[in-house]
Design a binder for this molecule. Sequence first.
Ligand SMILES: NC(=O)c1ccc[n+]([C@@H]2O[C@H](COP(=O)([O-])OP(=O)(O)OC[C@H]3O[C@@H](n4cnc5c(N)ncnc54)[C@H](O)[C@@H]3O)[C@@H](O)[C@H]2O)c1
Length: 355
Amino acid sequence: MVGVTHKMGIIGFGSMARQHYQMLIGYDRVTIKGIYDPDRNACDHAKERNLEVYPSQEAILSDQEIDIILVATTNDAHKTIVIDALRAGKHVICEKPVTISSEELLEIMDVVKETGKVFTIDQNRRTNRDFVLMKQKVEEGLIGQPYVIESRVEGSRGMPSGWRTLKSLGGGMMLDWGVHLIDQLMYMIPKKVTQIYCKMLSVQYPEVDDNFHLMMTFEDGLTAIVEVGTNHYIPHPRWYVMGEKGTLQIDSWDCNGKIVRCTDTEVQWEEEIFYTMAGPTKTMAPRNDNCTETIPLSLPEGVTDDVTVVYDQFTDAIEGKAKLTITPEQALRVMKVMEAAFQSASEKKSIDVSI
Ligand SMILES: NC(=O)c1ccc[n+]([C@@H]2O[C@H](COP(=O)([O-])OP(=O)(O)OC[C@H]3O[C@@H](n4cnc5c(N)ncnc54)[C@H](O)[C@@H]3O)[C@@H](O)[C@H]2O)c1
C-alpha cells in the first residue's frame, strides 16, 4: 500500500497530544480526525483546531474511518484505554510510560497477540541529538571500551502541578523522565542488567520521587548512572562517559562538549611532585597536553528529531513495510528496570536482576 493516509483519533488531548498535533501538521501519512477528552478545556483546544470532538471513548473507538488511536492521557489510564482501542480494531500508539507496571503491560501484550494490531510507544527521545551524538562517538571507539556512562537531566523549577505530583495517577520523575533515559540506554546496550541500586528523594513533592539516583550494572561490568532532579540550580553535564582511553562530556541538549583522549600508549610518570592550591600531588597532577587529544563535539548532522520519526516507524509496521522499531518487549525491559529501581529505593538496598 503506497501513499496511505491513516486517520488518527486521540484519547487525552492535553499538552503532549497538542505537541503531536503540532508536529504532524504537513505530515501526510497520518491525519488527525478527532479527539476524546472529558476535560472541557481540552475539547475547546480541539475545536479551535477544527478537530471533531467525540462525546465518549466508545464514540471515538467506533468511528470506522479511524484506524489509529493515540493514547495521551495521564499514565494511570493508559492500560485500559489501549486495550479498549486494540479490541475496537485500532492500531495504537501510546505515550510513555506505556503503563505503570509490567503486569499492566503484559496484559496489553496479550491483547496485541489476540487482535494482531500494531502497538507502539512514543519513546521519542531515541532521536534526541545529544543521545545520538554520545552513542555514535562511543560506538566509533573514540574513548575505547566504556566502563561508566552517566546520563542526567536536571532542572530547578520543580514539577508541573497536577497529576505528575500524584502517585495514583502515575506521577514522579522515574515514570516521567526516567523512562526516557533508561529507554535510551536499553536501546543502546543489549547486554543484560544484573544489578540495580536506586535512591529516590521527595524534596518538594511528598507523594512522589522528584529526584532520583539510579545505578545499573550490566553483565560485562559496565555501569550506567541515571539521575533526574527538579531542584538543581547548577546542572551536571547531560552526558559524561568514561572509557579506557578517554572521557566524553556533552554539556546539554545543544550538544556542546568534547572528548579528551589519551594519545600516548604508555603512561609516563613524571617523578616530580605537582603543587596545587590544595597541596602537593602526583596522582592528580594534570597530564601534559602533548599526550592527550581534545576533540570538540557539536550537533550531529542529518539527525531528524521529531515525533514524525516514531510515526514513520509505526505506519511502516502497520503497512507491512518494516518491523516495528519501538516494541512492547523493549518497553517491558524498561518497565522492569524501573520496577527494580522502585524496589531498591523502598528496601534501601541493591537488587540482583537479569533484565
Ligand atoms: N513523549 C514525551 O516526550 C512526553 C512528554 C510529555 C508528556 N508525555 C506523556 O503524555 C501523557 C500526557 O501528558 P500531558 O503532559 O499531556 O498531560 P496533560 O495533563 O496535559 O494531559 C492529559 C489529558 O488527558 C486527559 N485524560 C485523563 N484521563 C482521561 C481519560 N480516561 N480519557 C480521556 N482523556 C483523559 C486529561 O483531561 C488531560 O486533558 C502522559 O503519559 C505523559 O507521560 C510524553
